[in-house]
Design a protein around this ligand. Structure first.
Ligand code: ZN
Length: 133
């Protein structure tokens, strides 16, 4: 199988209620790595043209960039103070974000015939979480 990987970055805020150091609202310059795979190459001898990653970049810009990532049910904050909020349906950890972006990437890329192999979200240069199926 061939695979290609695109790296992206965005900034967002979150808090992890019940996780000592992470309970206060704080931000990360998140890193993203999306890996797509295909058994065959397309007519241009590519898995997919890298310019097609613009669609997942647009998804991140629309939903996550400079947003407050919220757990909603456990947040206990006045969310009206944030102009842009994204609900992750649970604590906004890198693990949960990786699964969420994996699903968004499936919706975007799999109609083109490629497979989403993994999505990695980094909170720092040395800490990341990966989701794959
Ligand atoms: Zn954090």
């Amino acid at each position: 199988m061939f695979s290609i990987t695109k790296k992206l970055t965005f900034a967002a805020a979150h808090r992890l209620n019940g996780v000592k150091k992470c309970e206060n609202v704080h931000g990360h310059n998140y890193g993203v790595e999306i890996t797509l795979g295909s058994d065959d190459l397309n007519k241009h001898d590519m898995v997919l043209n890298f310019d097609q990653f613009i669609y997942i970049e647009q998804w991140i810009d629309e939903h996550w960039d400079h947003a407050y990532l919220s757990a909603a049910n456990t947040d206990q904050l006045n969310l009206a103070m944030f102009k842009k909020v994204f609900f992750l349906g649970g604590k906004p950890t890198a693990e949960r974000m990786a699964r969420c972006l994996f699903r968004a990437a499936q919706d975007i890329f799999e109609p083109t015939g490629v497979t989403v192999l993994s999505v990695t979200i980094s909170e720092t240069a040395t800490c990341s979480a990966t989701y794959s199926e």
